[in-house]
Design a protein. Structure first.
Length: 155
């Protein structure tokens, strides 16, 4: 009987450990086990979305207010179109707001940062943010620096 109680205790401990690892994995990946809150869609067009992924966070003033749900190519303008879902409680974004692709840390993940404009009209469901700032690509910066250094040496 003592052996059976010990086996049940070890089994419950292992089950609790597996559930804790599952919860940690869900938190790190950005997925949630619960139902999502009410959201509305916004669109933004960028010249370069290098490194931005689906499920990347959308922030305003450092607070996460949504996530990226789709990234595709606009075949007419040949720009990247980003679809975002923003929480319904952030329903007063002015139409002249700015969307920028930012990097968390030096080589970290990409996310979208929204800056509030000053217009009295607000973005509705399906609205488009026209003022955007594309992703900063580290390789492009290094290439420009090296080419600039070489051209100065040639003179």
């Amino acid at each position: 009987m003592q052996n059976r109680t010990q086996e049940i205790g070890v089994g419950l401990f292992l089950l609790a450990g597996i559930l804790a690892l599952l919860l940690l994995a869900l938190r790190v990946s950005g997925l949630s086990a619960g139902a999502s809150t009410d959201t509305y869609k916004l669109y933004a067009y960028f010249d370069n979305i290098a490194g931005l992924t689906v499920r990347a966070k959308v922030t305003m003033a450092g607070v996460t207010i949504g996530k990226v749900t789709a990234i595709d190519l606009d075949h007419k303008a040949f720009t990247g179109r980003v679809t975002m879902e923003v929480d319904k409680n952030v329903n007063n974004l002015p139409t002249d707001s700015t969307a920028s692709i930012l990097t968390a840390g030096l080589l970290g993940e990409k996310y979208i940062g929204l800056s509030v404009g000053g217009d009295s009209k607000v973005l509705a469901d399906g609205g488009t943010i026209h003022d955007t700032q594309s992703s900063l690509v580290l390789e492009d910066l290094i290439g420009k620096f090296l080419l600039n250094t070489v051209s100065k040496d040639a003179k």
